[in-house]
Ligand binder design. Structure first.
Ligand code: ADP
Ligand code: PMV
Length: 296
């Protein structure tokens, strides 16, 4: 997520991009109705018709459950990630889009991006209860996109210069962060409505800055949005430490939390590897390619 976190769930604009680290899902048919799932998170072997309840594989299992009656046989699903599974970074969206795409291809359905997106969104809603779909859109289409939930709008934008990502070392699950924000909102609903409105205006201005490739302005707006995330209550001491260390460098134009907050990653516009930032740096670039499907 480049910008628009949280506010996007209230109908406002968000910006997100695909990165060049992928999750690969390989599906091989089996002659029986058993399935085997292999992933760094968990392994499963059993009947397609009696799926377990395993929160580590919730997105994958929900996707399988949704279409299992239309599948002619079982299969083996091998999930490999180029990122550690402890890093959030929209990995739930990436694994959902790739798994749904593989299952639809196995079922014999060749769907376009809109249909793939809607299938994947129903999986995310089934697992999490809510979710804007912003990171699903970036996974499906690739590149940098501007996104609105309703009416659904997914608009491609030109790319970004170099970005840096740092992982805090822990992540709070997105539904738990959303529950914390919802609790705080109850005390001051009008103030929070204004905060989301301000987030929207910042994101729309950032979208114009991207369109005109004004990176200095985009960086300033990222810093501004970070202040709004802090006001929302999703910043913490470790994220702030990363952010302020990065702000020491003149090569970094702006820094903010990426995603729901209370852990996970910080995104910076620009890079400066000479800085002392004692947290895991994740080496990525924006990727123009979204999900790919190879059937053979
Ligand atoms: N390699 C993987 N194999 C299977 N599931 C994965 C993998 N990587 C991520 N996931 C799923 O995505 C979840 C992480 O997503 P989450 O914590 O919601 O972060 P984000 O919201 O940034 O996607 C994991 O708990 C898991 O369910
Ligand atoms: C907080 C939110 O706006 C972004 C969540 O990002 P992530 O799940 O932390 O990658 C939720 C959403 O858009 O569904």
């Amino acid at each position: 997520m480049l910008m628009g976190e949280h506010a996007v769930l209230f109908g406002h604009r968000a910006l997100a991009c695909a990165v060049d680290k992928r999750i690969h899902v390989t599906l091989n048919p089996r002659p029986d109705r058993n399935i085997v799932i292999r992933s760094a998170l968990a392994q499963y072997q059993g009947s397609l018709d009696e799926l377990p309840d395993d929160s580590r594989l919730s997105f994958v299992l929900f996707a399988i459950n949704q279409c299992k009656t239309q599948l002619s046989s079982g299969f083996e699903l091998h999930i490999e990630s180029e990122l550690s599974h402890t890093v959030g970074l929209g990995s739930s969206a990436a694994v959902t889009v790739a798994t749904v795409n593989a299952l639809l291809a196995f079922r014999g359905d060749q769907v376009g991006p809109e249909e793939l997106f809607e299938h994947a969104l129903s999986v995310v809603h089934g697992v999490q209860g809510r979710g804007s779909g912003t990171d699903l859109a970036a996974s499906v289409y690739g590149g940098l996109i501007a996104y609105t939930v309703s009416p659904r709008q997914i608009s491609p934008l030109p790319g970004l210069p170099a970005i840096s990502l740092y992982y805090a070392g822990y992540k709070t699950k997105t539904p738990d962060v959303l529950a914390r924000v919802a609790e705080s909102t109850q005390a001051f609903p009008e103030l929070y409505r204004s905060l989301y409105q301000l987030m929207n205006e910042t994101t729309l201005t950032a979208e114009s800055a991207v369109a005109s490739q004004d990176w200095q302005q985009l960086g300033q707006l990222m810093n501004l949005y970070q202040g709004l995330m802090d006001a929302l209550g999703v910043n913490d001491a470790v994220l702030s430490d990363i952010i302020y260390r990065l702000r020491e460098s003149s090569a970094i134009r702006g820094v903010k939390i990426s995603g729901s907050g209370l852990g996970d990653c910080v995104i910076a516009l620009g890079e400066d590897t000479s800085l002392s930032v004692p947290y895991e740096r994740i080496d990525v670039a924006v990727s123009n390619t979204g999900v790919l499907c190879d059937v053979n």
